[in-house]
Ligand binder design. Structure first.
Ligand code: ZN
Length: 422
């Protein structure tokens, strides 16, 4: 087959993949919506009162309906871009300004990022100011929204520019053997991001304050001391700046290990419930979930970059995207699209892993800080966020980093030896 024929065949494959992936997603979302309407088991019937349950279903419906529109538009635009070689056109455009391959690759990705951010703005605005606002979650002001987007563009531009610049330079020097050195670079970069992200990047978007002295701090210190967890970096974040939804998370490694509690969490939960949620985060640290997660993602990029090294041998990939010449950036972009099915499998594996670790952290919390507090705290957070009690199992496999609420409560009941209903 000539290079041109291979490129045409490949272009057809890419278009089919985009359409199939969309159709699959649409079916799963539809199943999920239907599943969410199923009645809640007797045991959990009192989680929602009738009015709130109705509101939760309306929230699911609103998100679903908007997702359909967004999905259709995105898919149509992607298919058009592939059919008419828009990526190739962008490549030619960038080449009008530079002949340096590394500069061209970086400029190509930055331009692509800028275009997709701008194109995604209407969706983002609608989601924040219409859907989230309608269900009383949104607290983002237009000014915060605009500065978030601008800051996000600049910061991701710098970070992605640096990382891709490094990868494209390695590719220029080492050819398709670049992938191993590329993997080392990528891994060091993500480690640095993970270690210092909360220290360097989070404060650009949010205010992190030390939890003030008082009942809550005393309770947290007492718990952490009992577990031999050095409290070091414990922050309260002004999550209320954007949303009323409550949350907490663990980040960082070594001395930079950090627990962040949203101000909305402290506001909504009792002292004991906050400690139980914090105990869950300490569990992620104590049970070494963070490290296994880092190893797993390092292995994942090892696999991906190794395959990319192979894929870059095929000039047809760049030509299939409409490029006149083969290049690192078009090859990489086409490769990522081709990878959609494998990517889905990998993502399902890592989501399954993540959900297992959530159960494990819950178990840690309830065994080191006994009582009904984690159960009631989790229920409050989820119900307040109008969580879907009945997500479809397939939807959970594909999208959920956390297990559905009822499964988590069930597991806690088992761990606490609460008698099971028949
Ligand atoms: Zn967790």
């Amino acid at each position: 087959m000539s290079l041109e024929n291979s490129a045409n065949a490949l272009s057809a494959v890419l278009i089919s993949l985009v359409v199939i992936a969309y159709a699959f997603d649409a079916i799963v979302d539809r199943l999920n919506l239907k599943h969410s309407e199923l009645p809640v088991p007797e045991k959990f019937a009192d989680l929602y009162d009738a009015e709130k349950r109705q509101k939760s279903l309306s929230y699911e419906k609103a998100k679903y309906g908007f997702g359909v529109i967004e999905g259709v538009i995105t898919t149509v635009v992607t298919v058009l871009a592939l059919a008419f070689g828009w990526a190739g056109a962008l490549d030619s455009f960038v080449r009008g300004y530079s002949t340096n391959e590394v500069v061209v690759s970086v400029a190509f990705f930055l331009a692509l990022g800028l275009i997709s951010t701008v194109a995604g703005l209407p969706f983002s605005i609608y989601r924040t100011f219409v859907i989230e606002a309608k269900f009383d979650f949104n607290t983002t002001t237009p000014l915060t929204f605009i500065t978030d987007k601008l800051k996000g563009l600049v910061i991701s531009g710098v970070l992605i520019g640096l990382l891709l610049g490094a990868l494209a330079s390695l590719y220029q020097v080492l050819g398709t053997n670049f992938w191993f050195a590329g993997w080392v670079t990528f891994t060091l970069f993500s480690l640095a991001m993970f270690a210092w992200g909360t220290t360097v990047i989070t404060p650009l978007f949010n205010k992190l304050t030390i939890l003030p002295d008082g009942e809550l701090r005393d309770a947290i210190v007492a718990y952490c001391t009992s577990q031999g967890y050095e409290i070091g970096r414990l922050f309260v974040m002004d999550g209320s700046k954007r949303s009323t939804k409550a949350n907490a998370y663990f980040a960082g490694i070594g001395r930079a290990k950090t627990i962040v509690l949203f101000d909305t969490l402290i506001e909504k939960l009792t002292t004991e419930e906050v400690v139980a949620v914090l105990a869950h985060e300490v569990g992620h640290y104590k049970r070494k979930h963070i490290f296994t997660m880092l190893y797993m993602s390092a292995f994942q990029t090892f696999l991906l970059l190794g395959l990319l090294g192979v894929a870059l041998n095929f000039d047809a990939i760049s030509l299939a995207l409409g490029g006149d010449v083969a290049s690192f950036h078009l090859g990489a972009l086409g490769f990522l699209l081709l990878l959609t099915p494998l990517d889905m499998v990998i993502s399902m594996i890592s989501m399954a892993y993540s959900r297992a670790k959530e159960f494990d952290a819950d178990e840690f919390s309830t065994s080191t800080y006994p009582g009904p507090h984690l159960r009631s705290g989790l229920a409050k957070i989820s119900i307040d966020a109008l969580s879907n009690l009945n997500p479809h199992p397939l939807w959970v496999k594909i999208h959920a980093t956390h297990p559905p609420l009822m499964q988590r409560l069930e597991a806690l009941d088992v761990a606490n030896g609460v008698e099971q209903g028949s």
